[in-house]
Design a protein around this ligand. Structure first.
Ligand SMILES: Cc1ncc(COP(=O)(O)O)c(C=O)c1O
Length: 395
């Protein structure tokens, strides 16, 4: 695989145990988990783009790491990226830096809702949404997605009713949606936005997976739907997933409404979460400026991994792939096995050798499901699938 004259290899088996990577850490796999197929934590097993590695080497070579401003080129690089990749024209002055997405979600909740207010989420959904709401003492208002003919959709009637609940002040939108892999269409987002606007529910859009979409599916940034939608949105973005730099990047909020933006900025100052990390700045600028060919190559590789997964699962009765439209996370339906959640986890770990994320972590609706991360070398995925095939042959 190559791009811009550069070869990209995603087949290399890199030992992630050489650094304290969470995906393979005993904290995640357990003390006896060293030999499991580690496919839980949502990052990729690939090296960051060569342009990012080169930029970091250059920065390291400088040797001085005192206090720094943001590099002049970073925000323009992000603005141009959003325009070029997603046809989203963003005013540079609307962008604020945030330490990470979860911090931005928590700050949005603490700034724009009060203790006891409700925040709508659409499970099965990224489990940290639940933790943030619990820890900030906000009421979780669940509007579960509907699974129909192997595809998830939003329950708009349910959303209208939940948004009308006087406690509901905000919704955490996951776009694209971890773990079910939906890349919400413009029409779906517009319906959600119209309902939220009718009931004064602020849309906090977690779009961290926005760059990872498969052919024939296009990520629509919620705020790109139009000025009215943008005015009722806190968009949260980060290059963490797109370029596999979660441990050396920061995130961004894009807030078109000046009142909300000033409130966010004031809170950033009050909490002094506005310091710049030199490595994060350099990695992000290089990625947004020059990382496009690598991203295209990684997307093509992920699609071939997805093809491999689809092909193998076809021959395994008892497990169904929920076809992802984006993200490198796949949602597998094991309900036909009739196992209780703990038994399914034990089966996958004990018989298949799989360390994946258990479905109920994403809400009660996830019982009978598991989330498999396919952002790994093909050989590793195939070996994992061999383990599953053996286990499924003798459940
Ligand atoms: C939907 C979603 N939001 C946020 C995050 C984490 O973002 P951050 O590391 O910037 O806090 C993840 C990571 O898995 C995610 O899947």
């Amino acid at each position: 695989m190559s791009g811009a004259g550069q070869p990209f290899s995603f087949d290399e088996d890199i030992d992630r145990r050489l650094v304290p990577a969470l995906k393979v850490h005993p904290r995640v796999l357990g003390p006896d988990g060293g030999s499991l197929f580690a496919a839980g934590v949502a990052d990729m097993d690939f090296k960051a783009p060569p342009v990012v590695l080169d930029a970091l080497r250059r920065r390291l070579g400088h040797g001085v790491f005192g206090y720094e401003a943001l590099p002049d080129g970073l925000m323009p690089a992000l603005v141009q990226w959003l325009d070029r990749r997603h046809a989203w024209r963003v005013e540079e002055s609307h962008i604020l830096r945030a330490p990470n997405i979860l911090n931005a979600l928590a700050m949005a909740a603490s700034l724009f809702t009060r203790e006891g207010d409700g925040v709508i989420v659409q499970p099965p959904v990224f489990f940290d949404f639940f933790d943030i709401l619990r820890e900030n003492r906000r009421v979780l208002i669940a509007n579960p997605l509907i699974l129909e003919d192997g595809r998830y959709r939003m329950d708009f009637d349910g959303l209208e009713a939940k948004a009308a609940d006087l406690r509901a002040k905000m919704i955490y939108l996951c776009n694209p949606h971890n773990p079910v892999g939906r890349v919400w269409s413009g029409e779906e987002l517009r319906r959600l936005g119209d309902i939220c606007a009718r009931h004064n529910v602020l849309v906090v859009a977690d779009e961290i997976h926005g760059d990872i979409t498969f052919a024939s599916h296009e990520y629509t940034p919620f705020a790109a739907l139009g000025p009215d939608y943008a005015a009722n949105c806190i968009a949260c973005l980060s290059p963490a997933k797109s370029f596999n730099i979660a441990s050396c990047c920061s995130a961004f909020t894009i807030i078109a409404d000046s009142g909300k933006r000033k409130a966010f900025q004031a809170e950033n100052s009050r909490l002094t979460v506005n310091k710049n990390n030199a490595f994060a700045s350099v990695a992000m600028e290089a990625a947004y400026k020059d990382g496009e060919a690598w991203l295209d190559a990684v997307l093509a590789y992920l699609e071939t991994n997805l093809d491999a997964l689809r092909g193998r699962l076809k021959n395994m009765p008892g497990v169904e792939l929920i076809e992802p439209e984006g993200t490198f996370l796949t949602w597998l339906d094991f309900r036909a096995l009739g196992l209780q959640p703990d038994d399914l986890t034990a089966f996958l770990k004990g018989k298949a050798g799989w360390a994946v994320t258990r479905g109920p972590a994403f809400g009660a609706e996830g019982a009978g499901f598991a989330r498999l991360n396919i952002a790994c070398p093909r050989a590793k995925l195939e070996a994992g699938l061999d383990g599953l095939a053996k286990a499924m042959a003798a459940p």
